[in-house]
Design a protein around this ligand. Structure first.
Ligand code: PGA
Ligand code: ZN
Length: 416
């Protein structure tokens, strides 16, 4: 059994050029070093108010190299639960603000990588054990908006979901065609203005709905059938739009009550091949989330991100709000708690989606979680910039390694 010999933190930089924290965990037997695992904490921009709190990178690194290192040395690296419980106990706060969620998540994931490496297997295999697994269906951003594009449009993510693809590799082939077609359409209109934070095109549209028509056009331009081959997913990130009980669509100079927002979504569901809507209402607007799920939950996946903040407790008390949960490890702080949320989703009959943050790095841990835990869906941003492509490419490697041993690609999620 490999034990933790050393834990080290360092300041590194994310995709927005901001400081974040990397952890390295070295494991071994006796004093013999067997393996080192490494992970980097991502950073969100449209964060939920109930998320675990991160510290500034320097403070988090200090905690890793001091308190955390002292507390974890000699623990068994294979006992992820004990490692994470030790971190939680050492932190002692209700929101991870003492050690910092960024310090904790980097160490927690680095420990998992180190343990897998000590057994000479990849993390996804370590997590899957003997279970057969599949690659996840991706949600891939084509236009970025909201907090990732200085609110140029109100809605944060316009994504494609290759619901008819036969494999992860095919899903990415199609996405590449759609991404190129979308860029060509914008160039033709004279509105191609570079990309937003997650690599999706900068959304120079007159209305939020125009992005939907353009996306359908790009899917068709790519020679694919909207709604059959490829569906649309939205992340409204509506907490960002919510003030004094109303939703503010700044682009359209309109302020809507929850009921009007719901009516708009229902109209969009009729007009566009939307298969998933994330955070359609604000984190504190549970009644609206419940009403919308009642009205449309049998037709569309309704995902809670800020609404659940990867908390198993919040999923258990959803009370009919949403039917799917976004899993972001740094929203809760440890791998064990992220897994608990995934289990809570299963118990509640909710689907789950593993997700990156808008501030990302070359770290590909989340791809391993999506595969190893059999989560079924993965969201990592757009189809450009290497902090995103590193993750899509890791999925390709895993699909190749699984070969014929893989479960069928889960397109049945969205296609009957
Ligand atoms: P973030 O949001 O900016 O908080 O990471 C990302 C998302 O939900 O897509
Ligand atoms: Zn979101």
């Amino acid at each position: 059994m490999a034990r933790i010999l050393d834990v080290k933190g360092r300041r590194v930089w994310d995709s927005r050029g901001r400081a974040t924290v990397e952890a390295e965990v070295t494991v071994g037997r006796g004093t013999t070093r067997l393996a080192t695992g490494r992970a980097i904490a991502p950073v969100g921009a449209s964060t939920g108010s109930r998320e675990a709190k991160s510290l500034d990178a320097s403070g988090a690194v200090r905690n890793i190299n001091g308190l955390i290192r002292d507390a974890l040395r000699s623990l068994s690296a294979s006992d992820q639960k004990a490692v994470d419980e030790r971190l939680i106990e050492l932190d002692g706060s209700s929101d991870k603000s003492r050690l910092g969620a960024n310090a904790m998540v980097a160490v927690s994931l680095a420990c998992a990588h180190a343990d897998a490496a000590s057994e000479k297997i990849p993390l996804w295999k370590r997590l899957a054990g003997n279970a057969r697994v599949a690659l996840p269906v991706p949600q891939i951003q084509i236009f970025g908006g909201g907090a990732h594009a200085r609110a140029r449009v109100d809605i944060q993510d316009y994504m494609v979901v290759p619901i008819g693809a036969g494999s992860f590799a095919e899903a990415l082939e199609w996405t590449a065609q759609i991404y190129a077609a979308a860029g060509a359409r914008l160039a033709k209109k004279g509105t191609l203005q570079g990309v937003a934070d997650e690599g999706g095109y900068w959304p120079a549209f007159k209305t939020n709905e125009e992005a939907l028509t353009e996306l359908v056009g790009a899917i068709a331009d790519a020679g694919l059938e909207p709604g059959v081959d490829v569906g649309i997913a939205l992340d409204v990130a509506a907490t960002q739009l919510y003030r004094s009980g109303r939703y503010h669509l700044a682009l359209e100079n309109r302020t809507l009550a929850a009921a009007d927002m719901q009516a708009m979504y229902l109209r969009w569901l009729e007009r566009y091949p939307i298969v998933s809507i994330e955070d359609p209402f604000a984190e504190n607007d549970a009644p609206a989330m419940q009403a919308f799920t009642k009205a449309a939950g049998d037709k569309v996946q309704i995902v809670g991100d800020d609404f659940f903040v990867t908390s198993a407790d919040r999923v258990r008390s959803a009370n009919g709000a949403c039917n799917a949960v976004l899993l972001k490890p740094n929203q809760i702080g440890t791998l064990t708690e992220t897994f608990a949320c995934r289990e809570a989703a299963k118990e509640t009959g909710y689907r789950a989606i593993v997700s990156a943050r808008s501030g990302e790095t070359e770290d590909v841990s989340i791809v391993h979680l999506a595969v190893g835990w059999g989560v079924g869906q993965l969201k990592v941003g757009s189809f450009s910039r290497s902090e995103r492509m590193a993750k899509w490419n890791e999925g390709l490697r895993i699909e190749e390694a699984l070969g014929a041993k893989a479960l069928p690609f889960p397109r049945k999620l969205f296609k009957k």
